[in-house]
Design a protein around this ligand. Structure first.
Ligand code: HEM
Length: 144
């Protein structure tokens, strides 16, 4: 290959790298794998729907402003899944303090989220990665 052709190849490779790193969502991020903003909106709507029909945990949300919850949950998930968002809301402890959420109810809520992920077609390997990100929050949410 001539030197000019080589330089052209390197230039193309570099410009591809710059374009990719300049994107808001890296192709490998979990945020990308759940379908970015539109995917998180679909997921959160399905989750809210699940909660709305649920006899076990709905009572926690009786006084909740759904539109505020929707915006906050989407932005929190976006940040947790390494998307291009900065979650501005209260932290998990602040939000859930006083709710005294039992382990059973926490697990049940996670089941509702899994049902929502199935509903919107998120693959099981991606679901597992999402759940692994949420698992450490358990101790900041339960029985406080
Ligand atoms: C890993 C699991 C969970 C995550 C990541 C999570 C995340 C969040 C976030 C980000 C918000 C704030 C939304 C906003 O800005 O308004 C929120 C609010 C809330 N969460 Fe959770 N949550 C989890 C588990 C639970 C569980 C298990 C329950 C109850 C069974 C629960 C009950 C609530 C309620 C009732 C609110 C609304 C509080 C209000 O009305 O101001 N959460 N949650």
């Amino acid at each position: 290959m001539s030197l000019v052709a080589r330089c052209q190849k390197v230039a193309i490779a570099l410009s591809v790298m710059i374009t990719v790193s300049g994107c808001q969502s890296t192709p490998t991020s979990l945020y990308h794998q759940v379908g970015e903003q539109a995917g998180l909106e679909r997921l959160t709507d399905a989750f809210i729907n699940q909660i709305g029909q649920d006899k076990v945990v709905f009572h926690y949300f009786k006084q909740t402003n759904v539109s505020h919850f929707r915006t906050g949950f989407i932005s929190h998930m976006c940040a947790v899944l390494d998307g291009p968002c900065q979650y501005q809301g209260d932290n998990m402890v602040q939000i859930h303090t006083g709710m005294n959420i039992s382990e059973y109810d926490f697990n049940h809520t996670v089941d509702l989220l899994i049902a929502a992920m199935n509903e919107v077609g998120i693959s099981h390997p991606v679901q597992n990665k999402v759940l692994a990100k949420l698992a450490p929050m358990r101790r900041n949410i339960i029985k406080i």
